[in-house]
Ligand binder design. Structure first.
Ligand code: AMP
Ligand code: MG
Length: 478
């Protein structure tokens, strides 16, 4: 890529690195031998003390709208890309160190990451993967033996992140903001080749690229909504063009269902609340479309019409993915006219009744055949009768559809997880890790690797927090 796309530099070495986690399954997927990644040499690589052979590390430039305010230059301020590998499926994957020291894009930041946010990103990104949701991955986490200054001194850590690529909506904005159409074209061609090769055959490949990103993001956000995930900082620099979830900061899963839920301490006005996520995605994709205008058509009016037409498809893709996904959560396949009302009615009752999102849907799996298990679900609602009323209508709808009850239950259990990375569990793991006890981290990861299985010995990990365990705010930790 042209030189103004990045700054070449090596990570800054740390004092006393220690491996806290290697993701062996991911290592194998990347065609790397896990045995060679637990060596002292590999630890030095994960800590940024040594650059692996063949790597030419760099920090990528990007811009972005943060809470709707535009910064023409952000960039990797604490992340350094080591390079890419080809995985066992023949796909290129980026390997990046997050927290690897200052870069020319750090501004006043220290280029470092604290242990808590590294652990949170490790747990939540791997949980998302296990849920089947496109995401960047975590290959390794190390502590640095150094302290980072936040509100208080915290142990430092480095996360090795793996991504289809680290190209963001904000990467396109970086070149658009400079009027650099040549750079923009180069970037768009690269993204087409890497992520949307089918777009090359289209009448207008850039239009196909825009439509491709819109479609993948619509499907991604639908997947988030279906498991109660709140990203927390959907700035345009935190949205990939590959369609993977990226940049796990103050992210969180909802316990009780309330659509206006927001946890992030820096989101005082709720811009990135759960229910706003589809609308914010459209807002971000509109910013992407704006950058592509010079490539869409020579005539500006025609380019805008093209962009608007592409953006209008978000809703169709989102509704299709969300609608089908929601039906599957209810054990239904064929969409009927009243189904949306049935779904919305359940959500309204959950909201009013403080019902736990994950447990309600998991409970429905057992309640499909008859009402013998209704009590287990009804007791999740402040007023159990509100669920029972709804369940009568739901069961009538199931009877209309017919089909085999065990098969329906199995299908529902494959889309309604029992285990999500609940905030209080993540907080508990981080607190233990800060005291040098990583056993809870290991246990939680192991549970979350199989979110759709019943794990009788691990029942406590499925439970919502007790009142004194509730986490009200999350922090991005930057
Ligand atoms: P984020 O909120 O993590 O998406 O980061 C927004 C911007 O701030 C990006 O350009 C980051 O690279 C930068 N940044 C975040 N934390 C730090 C840090 N500790 N040191 C330097 N830059 C940072
Ligand atoms: Mg970011």
């Amino acid at each position: 890529m042209p030189e103004h796309f990045y700054a070449r530099l090596s990570p800054t070495a740390v004092k006393a690195p220690r491996l806290i986690k290697l993701n062996e399954a991911l290592a194998r997927e990347l065609n790397l031998d896990p045995a060679r990644l637990i060596t002292p040499e590999a630890l030095e690589v994960f800590a940024g003390n040594r650059v692996p052979e063949g790597a030419a590390p760099l920090a990528q430039a990007y811009a972005g709208h943060q809470f709707a305010g535009f910064s023409p230059q952000l960039g990797d301020g604490r992340a350094i890309l080591l390079g890419e590998v080809i995985d066992i499926n023949g796909r290129a994957r980026d390997i990046q160190l997050k927290g690897a020291g200052p870069t020319p894009f750090s501004r006043r930041g220290d280029g470092r990451a604290a242990l808590g946010p590294v652990i949170r990103e490790y747990i939540v990104s791997e949980a998302m993967h296990a849920l089947g949701i496109p995401t960047t991955r975590a290959l390794a986490a190390v502590t640095t033996g150094e302290w980072v200054m936040r509100e208080e001194p915290l142990p430092g850590a480095v996360l090795t992140r793996v991504a289809a690529s680290h190209i963001r909506v904000g990467t396109f904005q970086f070149f658009a903001a400079r009027g650099d159409v040549a750079g923009l074209t180069h970037l768009a061609d690269y993204v087409i080749a890497r992520h949307y090769p089918e777009a090359r055959a289209a009448a207008n490949p850039y239009r196909a690229l825009l439509e491709g990103v819109i479609r993948r993001q619509a499907e991604l956000i639908a997947r988030w909504m279906l498991v109660g995930f709140i990203h927390g900082v959907m700035n345009t620099d935190n949205m990939t063009v590959s369609g993977e979830t990226i940049d796990y900061g103050p992210c969180a899963f909802m316990d009780a269902f309330h659509p206006q839920t927001v946890y992030s301490a820096i989101d005082q006005r709720g811009r990135y609340a759960y229910q706003n996520q589809p609308g914010i995605a459209v807002w971000n994709l509109t910013r992407l479309a704006e950058t592509l205008l010079p490539l869409l058509a020579d005539d500006k009016e025609a380019a805008i019409a093209d962009a608007e037409d592409a953006l209008a498809r978000f809703e169709t893709h989102f509704e299709a993915a969300y609608g089908t996904g929601f039906l599957a959560k209810l054990g239904l396949t064929a969409q009927r006219t009243d189904d949306e009302a049935l779904a919305q009615d359940l959500l309204a009752r959950m909201d009013a009744g403080n019902a736990d999102f994950t447990l309600t849907f998991r409970g429905l799996c057992d309640a499909t055949a008859d009402d013998a298990h209704d009590d287990d679900v009804a007791r999740l609602f402040d007023d159990p009768a509100t669920f029972r009323e709804w369940a009568l209508r739901w069961r009538a709808r199931i009877a209309e559809e017919g089909g085999d009850a065990p098969a329906r239950r199995a299908g529902m259990r494959a889309v309604n997880p029992a285990f999500i990375p609940r905030n209080h569990l993540v907080a508990e793991v981080i607190a233990a890790a800060t005291l040098n006890d990583y056993a809870p981290f290991e246990r939680l990861n192991a549970v979350l690797a199989h979110p759709y299985d019943d794990q009788p010995g691990n029942a406590r990990y499925a439970l919502p927090p007790e009142p004194h365990e509730v986490v009200h705010q999350t922090f991005c930790g930057t």
